[in-house]
Design a protein. Structure first.
Length: 298
């Protein structure tokens, strides 16, 4: 069962969030008909997106959009993150969902090769109250996602952060998926840093720890080397939620302009559209296109 916890370690000098997203990623895999390679890619992006929603978004009106394009075979990846109370809502897609690559030299899914490194991670923060957006643009480090988001926190937010993400895929789908994010508070000392670095170095991958049946609390204590870690919130959740609608797609058609809509009516007599995020289809008849055209002429 998917679950997320937040807590503090080393007497409040270290914050930590740990999550299991197995069911979430399996549902996205089925929804978007992903291959094992793109499942691993999207699974990592979805997991860090969900954790960012629960740690970086404070108001319901705020949102974060993560754009990743390393010019690899999977193409661009977009994730939109919102939050309401204890729930982090995400929707995301990958440009080329049917890409499948051979395993890398370590026998692992070649996420870095699939994503590529000749590009950027762009984080866009939007706040409806101030009507402003803030961009944090960093070059991709490895395309492995966790390292790239770690770089973002270090460069754009000056937050010392450790991120681990993992998706274990077998012939039946997603076997285990999860991640953790550790951030140092300003009063953290070299002693805490050394303990955490050593603990992480001696720890197994997050997907392996989950697969072995370790609880999120056990994982948190293991990677922080703190048996007295306090878990403040354990009723958090990360969910996929697409807010697409026919009205939104009608607005999108209107935005392409009168001439383009006239051409569609003349050539096809209809328009078939599909949401990138949830694959839901919205079909517009000739009459509906003419109605959109009328609104543009009025």
């Amino acid at each position: 069962m998917d679950r997320t916890i937040k807590g503090l370690a080393h007497e409040g000098k270290v914050s930590i969030i740990v999550t299991e997203t197995t069911q979430l990623i399996e549902s996205i895999r089925k929804l978007q008909d992903l291959t094992p390679t793109t499942t691993a890619v999207i699974g990592r992006v979805a997991t860090i997106s969900g954790m960012m929603g629960l740690t970086e978004i404070k108001e319901k009106e705020d949102s974060i959009t993560a754009q990743i394009n390393g010019r690899g075979p999977v193409g661009s990846i977009v994730s939109v993150i919102k939050r309401e109370n204890q729930k982090s809502y995400i929707k995301l897609y990958v440009e080329n969902p049917n890409i499948e690559l051979p395993l890398n030299e370590k026998g692992k899914i070649a996420v870095g090769q699939a994503v590529g490194t000749n590009g950027f991670l762009n984080i866009i923060r939007e706040n409806d109250l101030t009507a402003k957006s803030y961009n944090g643009l960093v070059p991709l480090v490895s395309g492995e996602i966790a390292e790239d988001f770690t770089e973002y926190f270090a460069k754009s937010q000056q937050k010392p952060t450790v991120i681990a993400l993992g998706v274990l895929v077998d012939k039946n789908g997603v076997k285990r998926s999860g991640g953790y994010m550790i951030q140092l508070m300003p009063d953290a000392t070299e002693n805490e840093i050394e303990k955490i670095e050593k603990a992480i170095a001696n720890s197994k991958p997050i997907s392996s720890m989950l697969d072995e049946g370790m609880s999120l609390e056990q994982i948190a204590r293991t990677i922080t080397d703190d048996e007295n870690a306090l878990f403040l919130i354990d009723d958090l959740s990360i969910e996929f939620k697409c807010d697409c609608s026919k009205e939104r797609f009608a607005d999108g058609l209107a935005a392409i302009g009168k001439k383009e809509i006239e051409d569609i009516i003349k050539e096809d007599g209809k328009a078939n559209t599909k949401c990138h995020f949830c694959n839901k289809e919205y079909n517009f008849s000739k009459e509906e296109l003419e109605e959109i055209l009328e609104t543009l002429n009025s």
